[in-house]
Design a protein around this ligand. Structure first.
Ligand code: PLP
Length: 360
């Protein structure tokens, strides 16, 4: 079976973990600090705070912006559920916006109509590794004085022009879950240029504790451990090289498939890092999936339902809300393997299998 994702961890990570285990300090310590410094240098941010997951990064970002009950936070309806769950953790209301059918990202044309006097922030997701249209989004947020949290959990190293995502808004959040472009097993990080926000997130990460047993507010334990950070330090070193492999793999698939099936389209100046390679199968997707699976190629629908259609959100949003593009697109998308462990033979086999399956 050719898997949809495959974390690349090996001897270097093993050695790094062993070193931490032998050091006597295995929770948050020097390795976390080193990882934070390396990651903020990589992104080009002034600050970085490592946390226990991408979800924790999003949650703490919203808390640091003061998001609370009664506030509205705008976000895309087409993402992993963690993007909007973070809003609900703050007891604020998620306000879902439809997507652009080509980029799968939030449609900037449909944001302004959702802004009210209660709108405090927008969570912009760079879905599948492709940056959202931050230039147009920032024009709107400036006009209405709304903060931007970037959910860059699928977009480590993605860029617009010469700037990396994560630092295009006010706060950027990354995840290091094993399927992502780099991993720490579990983990996340928040990047920002705003010292006040960074200080607040650091406080909230560790029980609101300024000095030992001196509490500024009710905080949490959402820390990263030195064991996880040690993995991250190693992973970050190969991120650009492995992203380039994803890009090369995507190029190959697009070149060979785009005359038969709709492949990702990238605007000029955008660097897509292909967390996923997502095609559209407008008809009989399920049958196509079964055939592809039978040929030994794992394929996954990210995501089968737009977030505004989630049953568990029934009580939090208007049940009559219609976001037609996302509703249609979620019935068509299919992600196929693009990860950097694919061999030339794998890629050719994926290409041939898709052509074969489309033909019948
Ligand atoms: C993975 C992911 C998250 C959550 O990250 P975790 O580390 O799994 O908590 C949030 N948003 C998006 C878009 C993701 O893909």
């Amino acid at each position: 079976m050719i898997k949809i994702s495959s974390p690349i961890v090996g001897n270097k990570e093993y050695k790094a973990i062993k070193e931490v285990l032998n050091s006597g300090n295995i929770s948050q310590g020097k390795k976390v600090e080193e990882f934070e410094n390396n990651f903020s240098r990589y992104i080009g941010s002034k600050y970085a705070t490592a946390v226990s997951s991408g979800t924790a990064a999003l949650y703490l970002s919203l808390l640091a912006l003061g998001i609370k009950k009664g506030d509205e936070v705008i976000t895309t309806t087409f993402s992993f559920i963690a993007s909007s769950n973070a809003i609900l953790y703050c007891q604020a209301t998620p306000v879902f916006v439809d997507i652009n059918p080509e980029t799968f990202n939030i449609d900037p044309d449909k944001i302004e109509e959702k802004i009210t006097s209660k709108t405090k922030a927008i969570i912009v997701v760079h879905l599948f590794g492709l940056p959202a249209d931050m230039i147009r989004i920032k024009k709107i947020t400036k006009k209405y004085k709304i903060s931007i949290v970037e959910d860059a959990c699928q977009a480590h190293g993605a860029m617009i022009g010469d700037k990396k995502v994560g630092i295009l808004g006010d706060i950027g959040c990354f995840s290091f879950y094993p399927t992502k472009n780099m991993t720490t097993a579990e983990g996340g990080i928040v990047v920002t240029n705003n010292k006040r926000i960074n200080d607040h997130i650091r406080l909230l990460r560790n029980h609101g504790m300024k000095r030992r047993y001196e509490y500024k507010e009710v905080g949490f334990n959402l820390r990263m451990t030195d064991i996880h950070a040690a993995i991250g330090i190693i992973q970050l070193r190969t991120l650009d090289m492995l992203n380039q492999k994803r890009i090369d793999n995507a190029d190959y698939l697009t070149k060979n498939l785009s005359n038969r099936v709709e492949c990702p389209i990238i605007a000029k100046g955008y660097k897509h890092v292909f967390h996923q390679f997502t095609i559209k199968i407008p008809k009989k997707r399920e049958l196509f999936q079964t055939k592809l699976t039978n040929l030994g190629i794992e394929n996954v629908v990210y995501y089968p339902r737009p977030l505004h259609k989630e049953v568990i959100y029934r009580n939090f949003i208007n049940p009559d809300l219609k976001l037609p593009i996302a509703e249609k697109i979620s019935g068509q998308v299919l992600s196929i393997p693009v990860h950097p462990s694919l061999t030339k033979n794998d890629l050719k086999y994926i290409k041939d299998s898709i052509i074969k399956t489309l033909a019948v």
